[in-house]
Design a protein around this ligand. Structure first.
Ligand SMILES: CC(C)(COP(=O)(O)OP(=O)(O)OC[C@H]1O[C@@H](n2cnc3c(N)ncnc32)[C@H](O)[C@@H]1OP(=O)(O)O)[C@@H](O)C(=O)NCCC(=O)NCCS
Length: 210
């Protein structure tokens, strides 16, 4: 199965009607999570990302969206119940959600390219090669380079489900990572396992998967 990317951009605050429609399209857990939040933009984007994932998975599998069920593995990474052959990952930043669906385990990250760079983050998480790449790029490309490196790292830890703990590791090795720009101010990176014989397509040594 080829990699498929689904994108949702929300340029305005949702109307009550749109919110109600999203809540109806979400599963119980996601709807409850939204109701338990204080209705922040981040909570809304999380809900939108969930619904986008549901629609994307349904389209790829070829079933109605309401039949798609999600579970989470031991690290909190969501997966499609009962489908060991279709994998997805979702990310949201500012007004954009990106969902990647693939026949093998996948990680995706989208970030809005802000001009006020969280440079302390670079010092903490970037390895010497990444720091050099940032230092050596032209000033006008600094922000985009920073967030490209950042999304590459995040997509990798989201591939493995490791979370923040994996961010100090370098991107490379047996993981293939691709990056692209989106809507001028966003950057997206997607990671899948490469030619690693110990990681056959579609399988990760994670607990809790079916
Ligand atoms: C997972 C993580 C990298 C997400 O980064 P982020 O840039 O804040 O958020 P993104 O928008 O890119 O992605 C969020 C989505 O990724 C998915 N996700 C959650 N946990 C995940 C994981 N461990 N691996 C991959 N994807 C994950 C969810 O769909 C989540 O959506 P939601 O927040 O609306 O539920 C970050 O939250 C993290 O590291 N969390 C800690 C995970 C961890 O270490 N858990 C250990 C528990 S013992």
């Amino acid at each position: 199965m080829n990699l498929q990317i689904f994108v949702l951009r929300l340029e305005e605050s949702p109307t009550r009607r749109q919110l109600a429609a999203l809540l109806m399209a979400a599963d119980g857990e996601a709807a409850e999570k939204y109701h338990g939040s204080s209705g922040t933009h981040a909570a809304f984007m999380s809900l939108a990302g969930h619904v986008l994932s549901r629609i994307a998975a349904a389209r790829v599998i070829g079933v109605p969206a309401r039949e798609v069920r999600f579970e989470r593995d031991a690290r909190g990474k969501p997966y499609i119940s009962g489908r060991g052959d279709v994998f997805f990952n979702v990310s949201h930043s500012k007004d954009v959600c990106v969902c990647a669906v693939c026949g093998r385990e996948i990680g995706v990250d989208v970030e809005y390219v802000r001009d006020d760079l969280p440079v302390r983050v670079a010092g903490r998480f970037f390895d010497p090669g990444e720091q050099r790449r940032l230092d050596e790029c032209p000033k006008q490309e600094k922000a985009r380079t920073f967030f490209t490196i950042w999304t590459q790292k995040e997509s990798r830890v989201k591939l493995t489900g490791e979370g923040i703990a994996g961010l100090k590791k370098s991107v490379g090795g047996e993981v293939d990572t691709e990056s692209f720009d989106l809507f001028e101010r966003y950057v997206v990176s997607v990671s899948v396992f490469g030619n690693n014989p110990s990681a056959p397509a579609g399988h990760l040594p994670l607990q809790g998967r079916q």
